[in-house]
Structures are given as C-alpha cells and as structure tokens.
Write a protein that binds this ligand. Structure first.
Ligand SMILES: [Zn+2]
Length: 150
C-alpha cells in the first residue's frame, strides 16, 4: 500500500509499532479515518474489531493501525462498510497521534495486556466493554459499537 496517498493521516513507526498520526488538524465531530471490513473472523485476535457478540472483523489500513488509549481523541461509529469510522471527539491538531478506546467495540478485549497510553485515567490493561464502569460508558455516549448500545 502506498502511504503517500493518505492525506488526512499518516502512518509512522513508533515504539508501539506502526501508528497513525493526524496529517492535518481535525475539528471535533469530523471523520478522521473510515475503516472498511476486509475479512470476517470466527474469533477475536489481537488485531480484530468486534462488530457483534459473535462477529469479529479485520479492518483495512490505516484503521487497523490506530492504537488504543484510555483517553482517546477519536470514537467509533458503525459505517456502511460493515466496519467503523473514527470520529474526532475533540479538536485534534496536526501531528497528534490518533487513538481510540478498544473497549468501546470489544465486549471482551485481550489486545492490550499492559497499557502504555500514559493518560492520567489509564485502566492499565484492556478487558472489554463488559467491564467498563457506567461513568466511562456514559462518557463515550454514542461513540460505542452499535451492538453494545442499550
Ligand atoms: Zn491506558
């Protein structure tokens, strides 16, 4: 894949592996990355995204490369590609790393055994939406997977 064609975001190698950064500034509410489903998986993996209680997918790049944060700058929204869009939950300056919270799509998450997001409210590891407190669920509002909405 030719990364030169990605204008809104760019992929850079960091100590977390390939990571996604804003290549321009985004306003709160803007779509930062549109994810497209590339395959359906029978079970969760470290890189899968959960789209229903019994359905996991892999996303195309750069969506699949966006790292977890316990205090992320984007939130997920189900889209027409059977996957998720990543929507700016705050104004994001150019150059900032793009992050989302894995626990907003994963009912149970195995992907981050030791979180290194560095936020003051870091949950230390991802366990999944099932284990999120009511406060945190409320904080995300609409920015959780449709299948997890009440
Ligand atoms: Zn964290």
């Amino acid at each position: 894949m030719n990364l030169e064609i990605l204008t809104d975001v760019k992929v850079k190698l960091t100590d977390k592996g390939r990571s996604v950064f804003a290549n321009r500034s985004f306003s709160k509410g803007e779509t930062v990355v549109t994810g497209r489903r590339v395959i359906l998986l029978p079970d969760r993996t470290n890189h899968s995204f959960q789209v229903d209680f019994d359905m996991h997918i892999e996303l195309d790049e750069p969506g699949r490369l966006i790292n977890h944060s316990c205090s992320p700058n984007t939130g997920v929204r189900n889209n027409q590609f059977g996957a998720y869009d990543f929507i700016a939950m705050v104004d994001i300056p150019s150059g900032c790393e793009i992050t989302w919270d894995y626990e907003t799509t994963e009912y149970i998450s195995i992907a981050v055994p030791e979180c290194a997001c560095g936020s003051s409210n870091c949950r230390l590891k991802t366990r999944g939406f099932k284990f999120l407190s009511a406060d945190i669920r409320e904080k995300y509002g609409e920015f959780i997977a449709d299948y997890l909405k009440p």
